[in-house]
Design a protein around this ligand. Structure first.
Ligand code: 5GP
Length: 203
C-alpha cells in the first residue's frame, strides 16, 4: 500500500502561515490541511469544522485522555490539538497531510512520527512580526504580548526543523515553501536510493 506523508508547518503567530498555506493549496489542492481542535473562541469569520473544531476545556481534556489527539499543546492560554483519526486514515491512503501547528506540537510529532517533514516559517524580524500581529487587529493587547513572547521562544527553535522559509516577500516565500515541501519528496527518494544501494552492497 502506498503510504502518504505528514508535513508540519510551524512558525510564530502572525508570520503569515495561514495566507501562505491558502496560496499553496490553490496550487496544490491535493494537499490536505488537518483541522485542529481548540478551546480558543472563534475569531470573526472563522467557521466551526472548517478553521477549527471549537470545543470547551472539558471536551478537549476528554479527547486527550481518550488518546484521540496526535499531538496537543497549551498555547497562549488555550488548548490546541490535532485529531488523530483523519490524519492517520489519509496517510494510509497515500495522501499528503499538512499540520499547521506550534512548536511544542511539532516537537511531539518529531517523537511520534519521525518521518514527518518539518518546515519552519520565519518573519524577516521580530519588529515586523509585531507590526503584522497588531495590523491583524484580532487579538487583545494581552494576547498580542503573549504571542510575541511565545514568538521569540519559537524562533530560537527554527534550526530544529528540516527546512526554514523566511516570509519577507510573499511571492518568494510561497515559491520557497513550495520547494521546501516538495523537496521532502526528493529527500525521501534519496533515502530510498541510498537504502537500496546499501542492500545491494550487502548481497
Ligand atoms: P491561532 O490562535 O492564531 O489560530 O493559533 C495559535 C497557534 O496555535 C498557531 O501557532 C497555530 O499554528 C497553533 N495551532 C493551531 N492548531 C494547532 C494544533 O492542532 N496543535 C498545535 N500544537 N498547535 C496548533
Amino acid at each position: 500500500m502506498e503510504i502518504g506523508k505528514l508535513i508540519v508547518l510551524t512558525g510564530p503567530s502572525g508570520v503569515g502561515k495561514g495566507t501562505l498555506w491558502r496560496s499553496l493549496w490553490e496550487r496544490h489542492p491535493e494537499l490536505y490541511l488537518s483541522v485542529s481542535a481548540t478551546t480558543r473562541s472563534p475569531r470573526p469569520g472563522e467557521v466551526a469544522g472548517k478553521h477549527y473544531y471549537f470545543v470547551d476545556r472539558q471536551q478537549f481534556e476528554s479527547m486527550i485522555s481518550a488518546g484521540e489527539l496526535l499531538e496537543w499543546a497549551e498555547y497562549a492560554g488555550n488548548y490546541y490539538g490535532t485529531p488523530r483519526p483523519p490524519v492517520e486514515e489519509r496517510i494510509q491512503r497515500g495522501e499528503w497531510v499538512v499540520l499547521e501547528i506550534e512548536l511544542q506540537g511539532a516537537r511531539q510529532v518529531q517523537q511520534t512520527f519521525p518521518s514527518a517533514w518539518r518546515v519552519f516559517i520565519l518573519p524577516p524580524s521580530l519588529a515586523e512580526l509585531e507590526r503584522r500581529i497588531r495590523e491583524r487587529g484580532q487579538d487583545s493587547a494581552e494576547a498580542i504580548a503573549r504571542r510575541l513572547q511565545q514568538a521569540e521562544v519559537e524562533i530560537q527553535a527554527a534550526s530544529e526543523f528540516d527546512v526554514q522559509v523566511v516570509n519577507d516577500d510573499f511571492e518568494q516565500a510561497l515559491l520557497d515553501l513550495e520547494a521546501a515541501i516538495f523537496s521532502s519528496q526528493v529527500a525521501s527518494l534519496q533515502f530510498k536510493i541510498q537504502n537500496s544501494k546499501f542492500k545491494k552492497g550487502q548481497k
